[in-house]
Ligand binder design. Structure first.
Ligand code: PHE
Length: 462
């Protein structure tokens, strides 16, 4: 049994954020990444533009809010990352399941995240070499993605960089640089979005992105929007438990949640504004690019840059910032995975990194080659990268989120969560919180989960 003095010491040695601002910046650094500039625009383009946006926003202020607050509060209450946090309340099978579904998600996302990070890296280097016009040509991306050796090379380089930063202990340095880069990324994104929406024909795209149209609604819109909300806000993957375990009891959890949500969504909106109107402007009437999926950002941004006066310069600057945003998020994903392994198995750090390297090599290689030499392998009609993305976002994250909801409803109780939040501030949206968590969240997550599984197995068509 720990004495209260020991507990206090343990708590304070785990406090590594300097107050709320430090915490908000750290979470925002993890939240803002490929999700905002790569994933959000392609999903919004594909799944109904304004309708997708509306559903995304609704989900974010309800589920997203409830889940961020819950995970952070549980992390701060138990001072543990997800597996430990679930174990703090029980050791039977459901607790293992809940903790581990949260912990395994980042292990599965990290590899394909680094594959996309590799694409960004490759494009940055191409802009540095001055290939602004080649990159904008119609089949550059398709050619690149099919050349397996090249894709694999950039994936490995990006992944090595991530491990290097983690093992060499220069993470702080990278995060400091990225804090300078992030405001520049925002300014650049505003500039590019401004340029993009003023192109002839782009207005149609702005309308498509911002105005919801009922005819664009499908269940897939809801499934995709929910997965994206988890992904972009780093929910249901153990990250917020871990971050919550590092914050002091003085941090206002509700207020920081709101700030992180505003920041992350703002950048996703900018991502959409840069890319979707440009698809309309540069398509020459053929809107099939809207369905392009993961390649959309890489096809569209180069076209925008090539049409600008100083395209090379803007391309270099943009991809440099984009690269840093991806790097900090990848570091946070790999770091979370490594620390879950460390916490549970009590192995040395290099050994944990080695295990993560192995997972990375297998899952990452499959993802990177899935559009090239391995394109004959399709899992439920998806290439490897799309499959891992679907598996984590549409199946495992809903399961992880559901586990958190059940843990609170059945075991921890609202009272304890409320007490945890009220240590630092009034619990302003307490009634809303209880209502969503108790009634809406489990039912909706359940429906989404079942319908996405049924969809992929071909029982229903969403
Ligand atoms: N939220 C990040 C993004 O949008 C992805 C991420 C998830 C990063 C979890 C770190 C931890 O790109």
């Amino acid at each position: 049994m720990k004495t209260s003095k020991q507990t206090k010491e343990a708590a304070s040695s785990r406090n590594s954020f300097s107050g709320r601002i430090g915490y908000v910046l750290a979470v925002a650094g993890s939240a803002v990444g490929l999700g905002n500039i790569w994933r959000f625009p392609y999903l919004a383009a594909k799944y109904g533009g304004g309708m997708f946006l509306l559903i995304y926003l609704l989900l974010m202020v309800t589920f997203g809010y409830v889940l961020i607050v819950s995970e952070t509060a549980l992390g701060r209450m138990t001072r543990k990352s997800p597996v430990g946090a679930f174990h703090a309340f029980g050791k039977s099978l459901p607790f293992h399941f809940g903790g581990w579904t949260n912990a395994i998600v980042p292990m599965l996302i990290s590899p394909y995240y680094c594959v996309i990070g590799g694409w960004v890296f490759k494009y940055l280097v191409e802009y540095l070499k001055g290939s602004v016009n080649q990159l904008a040509s119609d089949d550059y991306f398709t050619g690149f993605i099919a050349s397996s050796g090249t894709v694999q090379l950039w994936f490995v380089l990006f992944a090595l960089l991530v491990f290097f930063v983690i093992l060499a202990g220069v993470k702080q340095g990278v995060e400091r640089v990225s804090k300078i880069m992030m405001p520049i990324l925002v300014l650049l994104a505003i500039f590019v979005a401004g340029y993009s929406i003023t192109r002839p024909g782009a207005l149609e795209g702005v309308k498509y992105f911002l105005i919801p149209n009922l005819k664009d609604f499908s269940w897939m819109t809801v499934v995709a929007a929910m997965g994206q909300m988890f992904y972009s806000l780093s929910i249901a993957m153990g990250v917020l438990y871990t971050y919550g375990s590092y914050i002091g009891k003085d941090v206002d959890i509700e207020k920081s949640t709101t700030q992180v949500e505003i920041f992350d969504t703002g950048i996703a909106l900018l991502g959409g504004m840069m890319i979707i109107p440009a698809v309309f402007a540069f398509s020459g009437g053929d809107l099939s690019t809207l369905q392009a999926g993961p390649s959309l950002t890489f096809i569209t941004l180069p076209k925008i840059f090539a049409s600008m006066g100083a395209g090379t310069l803007v391309g270099i600057a943009f991809f440099l910032m984009f690269f840093f945003a991806a790097l900090t998020s990848a570091i946070s994903l790999v770091e979370t995975s490594v620390s879950s392994i460390e916490d549970e198995f009590h192995w040395s750090r290099p050994k944990c990194c080695l295990l993560m390297c192995a997972v990375m090599a297998v899952v990452g290689t499959l993802s990177s080659l899935g559009y090239g030499v391995l394109d004959f392998v399709q899992i439920f009609g998806m290439a490897f990268l799309d499959f891992f993305d679907f598996l984590t976002n549409s199946i495992m994250m809903p399961l992880a989120a559901l586990s958190t909801c059940i843990l609170i409803i059945r075991v921890v109780g609202f009272k304890k969560i409320a007490e945890e939040i009220e240590i630092s501030s009034r619990f302003r949206r307490k009634k809303l919180y209880i209502f969503f968590l108790k009634y809406l969240a489990p039912v909706c997550i359940g429906i989404i989960l079942i319908s996405s599984i049924a969809n992929v197995l071909g029982f229903i068509s969403l």
